[in-house]
Design a protein around this ligand. Structure first.
Ligand code: ZN
Length: 286
């Protein structure tokens, strides 16, 4: 998101809402007051969060929550969704053997000769891979990173020192899993537990607390995810559903969140006020 747009959002939200951490709101009875609350969250743990967003949050005296992918922090490595696009964009290799049975026929290829072909291909592959099982997705991702090994990945993540600074400034750091795995597409419970526990313990090791919150990567979760998250010791599970949280109706393990993008201000404002989805349904927009 453009920095000026981000600032406009924070300014607007702080004028119209009381901003608080979700971690403080869920465990208190503040939500039953008449105030309109908003909570600001960042997923993944990118360096731009501390470089550009944190000073703006400071200026408006807002505290926010940052959900990090612990392997990405440890290795200063972008998330697999980002990596995928980067590899297709920057490789110079023309061969790519994608012959897996689970792929649609249009996604089965042996080569992608030009950069334009590679970019067109990944724009179809990425949404497809979000729908397959964890095992199948892992196979495809491994094949791609093994083949496109000529590309150096960008170093864009925050360090544990950065996270510790955010914590000291009063922000909250929670888990966004170990590998950005789509928890709702995984069948092996031990693998799911691993994503939940190893990431939580890693945060504990560096920041001295087991996080209250797990933000499900790519908004993927199911009943098993929720149960295992509770068993692991989390208190809050964050989904991505474009609606608002009602403490009397919503399960704290599927708290919805409204995503903001780099869009014109009028559209962003409709999202913030939760009217965009209503407008869409009124005009029958899909
Ligand atoms: Zn993410």
């Amino acid at each position: 998101m453009d920095i000026a747009l981000f600032e406009k959002c924070i300014k607007y939200i702080s004028q119209t809402h009381e901003i608080a951490l979700i971690e403080d709101l869920v465990s208190s009875d503040q939500l039953n007051s008449k105030n309109k609350f908003a909570t600001i969250m960042f997923d993944d743990g990118y360096k731009d969060n501390i470089e550009y967003a944190a000073p703006i949050l400071e200026e408006y005296k807002c505290k926010a929550s940052f959900y990090v992918v612990t392997d990405c922090i440890d290795k200063n490595m972008v998330t697999w969704t980002h990596e995928l696009e980067h590899l297709f964009q920057f490789t110079n290799k023309t061969e790519l053997k994608m012959d897996f049975d689970f792929l649609h026929s249009e996604l089965k290829v042996n080569e992608l000769k030009t950069k334009a072909e590679r970019i067109a291909y990944v724009s179809k592959l990425k949404p497809f891979l979000k729908k397959v099982s964890h095992t199948d997705r892992s196979k495809a991702l491994k094949r791609i990173s093994d083949t496109y090994n000529d590309v150096e990945l960008p170093k864009l993540m925050m360090s544990w020192k950065d996270l510790s600074e955010l914590k000291t400034a009063g922000h909250y750091i929670g888990s966004h899993s170990v590998t950005h795995a789509m928890l709702g597409t995984m069948t092996d419970e031990n693998e799911i537990k691993n994503e939940l526990l190893v990431s939580g313990n890693k945060i504990k090791e560096h920041l001295c607390y087991f996080p209250q919150t797990i933000s499900y990567p790519v908004g993927s979760y199911n009943e098993t995810t929720k149960r295992l998250a509770k068993e692991a010791g989390y208190k809050i599970g964050l989904a991505v559903k474009q609606t608002v949280y009602d403490p009397n109706k919503t399960d704290t393990f599927e708290i919805p969140r409204i995503e903001l993008y780099n869009e014109p201000w009028w559209k962003t404002r409709l999202r913030i006020t939760n009217t965009l989805e209503n407008v869409k349904s009124l005009i029958g927009y899909k």
